[in-house]
Design a protein around this ligand. Structure first.
Ligand SMILES: Cc1ncc(COP(=O)(O)O)c(C=O)c1O
Length: 418
């Protein structure tokens, strides 16, 4: 099944070819099936000549926007003349990127050593393997309920609310109306009582993204970390989505005031190259022996060059400070939309990552479609709704005030038609 948009001859042709050549499973459902020809800054240009303001950053990946001139130059320079695959070799760019990533984790003395991966879920898997190898006599894996850590292997096992893995146990995560600290502590204590000395790790996300944008109070993560420290259980923070400025700090563990034993990074750290990383306690990272965390593409020279180039731009352009400032404006723009349109029931989020809850699933899909079609030549690009009816708003961190105003005007126009 593919969508046809009126007057999109080129786009419709590609959508049709896509549907006949690529399996449905390749993509998550998006009501617009946007077909892009080029991208620059915060704008996407469709093959049929329409211009869209990007409110997605890809899937929270292109935090610097598209074709960022300084990034592109540094990226080219860092990888110049290097082989693409360095599986059985070492290069200086790999050690430079690793050292700089570790150093970027100031405020966390546990950031001592790292492993690379080529996707977020592989990073999660490697982080969990590290703990399981460090504590081979512990078989239990704890995770917070409704999290999303990936679709593969152990990452999938600790995702959601039920697991095919009998060693996984879920605990509650604060959502709409957080319980008292005692409630969460009692749950944790009960599990410790059931499996004394048998818990290999505790994994959580800073906030529930895929489940529909639930950002917990900071005390929740601090409580969990204290409990983990007390029982000598590694505390794993999945920052695949939140790293590199998304919550208004370089890392979300700073936003929430914790110092995890392992932090898993992905998406934004390499501005679109395939990279993920696990950074943390040396004894955990070193628990994996030669080859136990190796694969064909991890720590590619392009990934490492992209990490260095991203770090350069973050420093030179003070991206985190700018994000903090723009975040307030993005938030008030979203609140204004909520006040205008009664079908928006809630706005949740922080920094440059928000969820806009819409009154129903089909209405949420309609909002995404209308945003795309706002005017003949322009629109706003949004991800397909999460958890049925929550529209994710995650523009590039480099979004300007004027672009935000333009997006606001387009959405006002688009959603008046609903
Ligand atoms: C919090 C979180 N963890 C893990 C993943 C999995 O990353 P990947 O899709 O790169 O495997 C995602 C992807 O959306 C994510 O948001």
């Amino acid at each position: 099944m593919y969508i046809k948009h009126d007057a999109e001859t080129k786009g419709n042709k590609i959508r049709k070819q896509w549907a006949t050549t690529i399996g449905k499973g390749q993509s998550t459902y998006t009501p617009t099936q946007v077909v892009i020809e080029k991208a620059k800054g915060r704008y996407l240009y469709t093959v049929d000549g329409r211009r869209l303001i990007d409110f997605t950053s890809g899937v929270l990946v292109q935090n610097l926007g598209y074709q960022h001139p300084a990034f592109e130059k540094y990226f080219r320079d860092y990888k110049k003349n290097l082989p693409r695959n360095v599986y059985n070799m070492m290069t200086a760019i790999q050690t430079e990127a690793s050292a700089r990533l570790i150093k970027s984790m100031k405020n966390n003395p546990k950031a001592q050593k790292m492993l690379w991966a080529a996707s977020g879920s592989e990073g999660i898997q490697k982080a969990m393997w590290a703990c399981m190898h460090r504590y081979p006599d512990r078989h239990m894996l704890l995770a917070t309920q409704y999290g999303f850590h990936g679709k593969k292997g152990l990452a999938a096992d600790v995702t959601g609310e039920r697991s095919p893995n009998p060693n996984v146990r879920f605990v509650s995560f604060p959502m709409q109306n957080p319980e008292s600290p005692e409630f969460y502590l009692e749950e944790l204590d009960a599990l410790h009582k059931e499996f004394p000395g048998k818990i290999a790790l505790f994994i959580t996300e800073p906030y529930l993204g895929a489940k529909g944008s639930f950002h917990p109070p900071a005390w929740y993560h601090q409580l969990v970390q204290k409990w983990c420290n007390k029982h000598d259980i590694p505390f794993l923070f999945d920052e695949v989505q939140s790293c590199f400025g998304r919550t208004g700090n370089m890392y979300a563990y700073e936003t929430y005031g914790v110092q995890p034993d392992l932090v898993i990074l992905g998406k934004g750290l390499a501005s679109g190259e395939a990279a993920a990383a696990v950074i943390g306690r040396k004894d955990l990272i070193d628990a994996l022996d030669y080859g136990e965390a190796s694969d064909t593409y991890s720590a590619s020279t392009a990934a490492c060059a992209a990490v260095c180039a991203t770090l350069d731009v973050f420093k030179e352009e003070k991206i985190v400070a700018k994000t903090k400032k723009m975040a307030k404006k993005v938030h008030s723009t979203l609140l204004d939309l909520k006040n205008t349109f009664p079908f928006i029931s809630d706005i949740r989020g922080e920094g440059m990552v928000y969820g806009m809850e819409i009154e129903g699933d089909s209405l949420a899909n309609q909002c995404v479609l209308e945003a795309y079609r706002a005017t003949e030549k322009q629109g706003v690009h949004l991800l397909g709704p999460l958890a049925g009816k929550v529209i994710r708003v995650s523009p590039p961190l480099t979004l300007t005030e004027n672009e935000l105003l333009d997006a606001h005007a387009l959405l006002m126009k688009a959603w008046k038609k609903i």
